[in-house]
Design a protein around this ligand. Sequence first.
Ligand code: HEC
Length: 174
Amino acid sequence: MKQRISSIPVSRLLRGILLTLAVAFFLSTALSTAWMQAPATAQEETGKAELRKLCVGCHELEKAYSIKQDRDGWQRTMEKMVAFGMKSSEADYKTVLDFLVKNYAADEVPKVKVNKATAIELESGLSLKRSQAKAVIEYRTKNGPFKSIADLKKVPGIEAEKIEAGKDRLSFEE
Ligand code: HEC
């Protein structure tokens, strides 16, 4: 035995060790990346096991949470998967649905609170110019909170079209 080992040239032995290290490194990197992509924070844990159970059979697990949508959307997706042949107990179905709704929710466009917003928020939220955002704040400081879209349109220099374009996202909360 001893003799056979010593008969292997050192360079080959080294190459073998290097290769092993490279493979080990590759595997650990690949595994940790895969883990990081999976939902992993503690609060997300409930439902993760059920998600794996229900959703790995037909496609990669990643596909199951590749989209973001609201509860109706996830309900429809789940029903579609059932139609494709997904088997599930009622309890697992509900757990997974709740998990998806909670962790893969549609991105909500935040409201622009015109009576609280900073100049920057007004600029980005309503695509205002810096001077217009400043004018809104000046007007607000001078005249008190805006009550309606009509109020907002009174701000000197403001373009009514920009206010109209953002009207669904405006909040007049004080
Ligand atoms: C019985 C097989 C099966 C199971 C189990 C399954 N799916 Fe699917 N899923 C499919 C098929 C078939 C498609 C469409 C073809 C494709 O994209 O691979 C799909 C596609 C999707 C898509 C892509 C968007 C779409 O609507 O086509 C999402 C999202 C999805 N599945 C989510 C899930 C979730 C979440 C689960 C677990 C709750 C799940 N799937 C379990 C069969 C299945």
